[in-house]
Design a protein around this ligand. Structure first.
Ligand code: HEM
Length: 444
């Protein structure tokens, strides 16, 4: 059991995908399934429980392929989980993502009626993510896995998205991603910022004490314990529009790179402005011991290095002075790029769908994901910037504002377009391994 001073996480019961970062590079695929027959769904749970890896033992029974499984609210319902149990899950999860569109800024092109089907419908029941070091190994594993559900009547695969992480870990706008991860007490897996205190396990895993002293656990305990919530969103990135904006608002290629870095808070290499404010430093960007070792409060309270409005300072203000407490809004991210890259230097849109499958992991979808999306990304009040949204991922449908603190006068950019469009997504519950078996054995 969990104790406050010395948390013992039951790593052998927690899905590996919750706590362990993915290998680099990798190929991944998201598969969405619909369960039309609850007996078949339970049998699928049984088969999946044999292939999902635990955080204690990273060796996968599927050789080089790691599988994670999450169920939506309608998915738990389709398996026949009793209503009194369903009622104990987080409120946002029970609503489903499309019902939360207004709070998430999913309006206009991003609104659920424009999402890719089946998103925004009650058909999304089960999400399987398979990750492998390369496409060949992934396809071989999927070929074997496909047999499992194709032979089963009452289970239908309704959506699939292939994704990848490049050796450079660059996302489609060209920035290195996957740098900042929190440390979790009892996991034995280090975080990436030596100045950040490890978080109570209950922030990320259900059934343990969290930063506020509470323990969240859906009932019965056999189902809720060692599970967590995930949020996944297909986010289309307008790479050509982003490049055009940088060019139109800069005087030289160097100036473009500086503006891009000010918007992100990091240079494209991943090097943080906090540690190298004037020019990129690719060695620093690639060095995991140094590239996340910084705070804002003492060195840069006014944002002369890292603007308060930049993507990374908004989504994790660290020790900067803001309204509220930053620590209770931290999250684990497992973002993965999809679609081919837009060739270097091209400014015209080539019509290819590319972007990020954004994935959040955490025990509090409301105060973690939804709060960050609505209050920090799509509002600026928390750090005194009025309604200004995130310059890169904000829902800037009416032309956004972005301020770069500078001496002698700040630079204010206006008319920022929306660079990221939501194509769909859903909230999921990632059960522990024993809970997968509990689901398989449901009798109702
Ligand atoms: C297409 C959309 C997005 C892109 C291209 C993007 C890109 C990035 C990049 C390049 C980083 C810096 C690398 C790192 O620290 O790991 C980053 C950090 C981060 N992003 Fe995003 N992101 C996107 C959407 C989001 C969303 C929707 C959220 C939350 C709701 C989010 C939350 C974060 C957080 C928490 C960090 C870490 C900040 C830190 O600890 O310093 N991002 N993102």
């Amino acid at each position: 059991m969990a104790t406050e001073a010395n948390t013992i996480l039951e790593l052998d019961d927690i899905q590996s995908g919750v706590l362990r970062p993915r290998p680099t590079p990798y190929a991944a695929t998201y598969i969405v399934l619909r369960i039309d027959d609850c007996k078949a769904g339970r049998e699928l749970m049984r088969r999946l429980s044999a292939v999902v890896t635990s955080a204690a033992n990273p060796t996968s029974p599927l050789a080089d392929t790691w599988v994670s499984v999450a169920l939506t609210y309608t998915g738990l319902n389709a398996l026949g989980v009793p209503q009194e149990s369903l009622d104990t899950f987080a409120w946002e999860f029970r609503q489903g993502m499309s019902a939360r569109a207004k709070e998430l800024g999913d309006a206009g092109e991003s609104s659920p009626e424009n999402w890719e089907k089946p998103f925004g419908t009650p058909d999304v029941h089960l999400v399987i993510v398979a990750v492998s070091p390369d496409t060949q190994r992934l396809e071989a594993a999927l070929h074997r896995a496909r047999k499992t559900y194709q032979e089963m009547r009452g289970i239908t695969a309704i959506w699939r998205q292939n994704c990848h992480a490049l050796p450079t870990e660059k996302e489609p706008f060209g920035f290195r991603d996957g740098i900042s991860h929190p440390a979790i007490e009892g996991s034995g897996i280090p975080g990436t910022n030596p100045r950040e205190q490890p978080f109570k396990a209950g922030e990320f895993v259900l059934g343990y004490r969290d930063e506020l002293g509470g323990i969240q656990i859906p009932q019965p305990e056999a189902l809720g314990r060692n599970g967590t919530y995930i949020v996944f969103r297909k986010l289309h990135q307008r790479v050509a529009a982003f490049r055009q904006y940088l060019k139109a608002n800069s005087t030289s290629p160097e100036d473009e790179e500086l503006l891009a870095a000010k918007m992100m808070g990091r240079w494209r290499s991943g090097a943080p402005l906090a540690l190298c404010p004037f020019h990129d430093d690719p060695d620093l960007g690639a060095d995991p011991r140094r590239n996340n070792d910084f705070l804002y409060g003492e060195d840069d309270p006014a944002g002369f290095r890292t603007p308060g409005g930049s993507h990374i300072r908004r989504t994790n203000p660290r020790d900067a002075s803001i309204a509220g407490v930053a620590r209770i809004h931290r999250m684990i991210r497992r973002g993965t790029a999809y679609g081919s890259q837009l060739r270097e230097g091209v400014l015209e849109d080539d019509g290819v769908d590319r972007g990020l499958i954004f994935a959040f992991v955490g025990a509090h979808p409301g105060r973690q994901f939804e709060f960050v999306q609505s209050q920090w990304i799509n509002d600026g009040v928390f750090f005194g910037a009025g309604e200004a949204k995130d310059p890169i991922v904000g829902s800037n449908d009416e032309g956004g504002d972005f301020t770069v603190p500078r001496r002698p006068v700040r630079r204010r950019l206006q008319g920022l377009p929306r660079f990221v469009v939501t194509r769909g997504g859903e909230y999921g519950f990632m059960p522990g391994l024993r809970a997968l078996r509990w689901l398989a054995e449901l009798q109702t």
